[in-house]
Ligand binder design. Structure first.
Ligand code: SAM
Length: 224
């Protein structure tokens, strides 16, 4: 199992009814069922072809009625409310669209591939409590970074602008390292681009980005 998938599995909470939206292969649902973390699980994907992979992986669970496959956009095909919903590997904007067309699940685990800031803003604006919001990484030399957000529909939250931008637990000392590595890499890339950009608006934008990365690195380093 890929490190990203294993990491997400380790974060999944217990649920009565679980749904894996955009399930594709279905590995995360297999983990939920194998570890008795839910009574039943919906595996849902917009693509019947993608869903077939999960149906093959989970054929025994489907036959036993513990896993129900659905072809649908987002959460639209779910025949009952789910108390925990996982949406992983999709863009943050797409996750927001899915939520707009459905509801905010009582518990959620979202792993956006990009646009995490948009997703954070949507969740907080809609009264969610973000319990964990951090970056993890896969690999050691050539690292890949992923954001993950766990929370509840109710409870409410207050986020600062920097927390919206970068993820709260990356800044407050709860989970400093993966994001610190990412920030240092981003600073290096920005500096390299600055060396290549001679003048004009792009240089100004790069200088602004450089300052932003420097500031966030200092902020995290102060928590170590
Ligand atoms: C990159 S895969 C991610 C698979 C798995 N969730 C993971 O994290 O490894 C994205 C999957 O989401 C499905 N998908 C994309 N947009 C969707 C939507 N709006 N509703 C349901 N499924 C969607 C795709 O068909 C694809 O199978």
């Amino acid at each position: 199992m890929k490190e990203r998938i294993a990491h997400i599995c380790s974060l999944l909470p217990r649920a009565r009814v679980f749904a894996d939206i955009g399930c594709d292969h279905g590995y995360m649902t297999r983990y939920m069922l194998e570890n008795c973390l839910c009574e039943r699980a919906y595996i849902s994907d917009i693509s019947a072809e993608s869903l077939r992979k999960a149906e093959t992986l989970l054929k025994d669970e489907i036959a036993a009625g513990r896993c129900i496959p659905v072809v649908a956009y987002g959460m639209e095909g779910l025949p009952e409310p789910c108390d925990c919903v996982l949406i992983a590997g999709l863009g943050g904007e797409e996750i927001v669209k899915i939520l707009e067309r459905a509801y905010l699940p009582p518990r959620f685990v979202f792993q956006p591939m990009k646009n995490s800031e948009k997703l954070r803003r949507y969740l907080v604006a809609h009264g969610a409590k973000l319990e964990r919001d951090f970056t993890f990484c896969e690999g050691t030399v050539r690292r890949k970074y992923y954001d993950v957000i766990l929370g509840r529909a109710a409870g409410g939250d207050t986020y600062s602008e920097r927390e919206f931008r970068f993820g709260r637990d990356n800044l407050n000392g709860n989970s400093p390292y993966p994001f610190l590595y990412r920030a240092r890499e981003e600073l290096e890339k920005t500096e390299a681009r600055l060396r290549a950009a001679m003048q004009g608006g792009s240089r100004e934008a790069l200088l602004k980005r450089k300052t932003e990365w420097e500031e966030v690195i200092h902020e995290i380093e102060r928590t170590l």
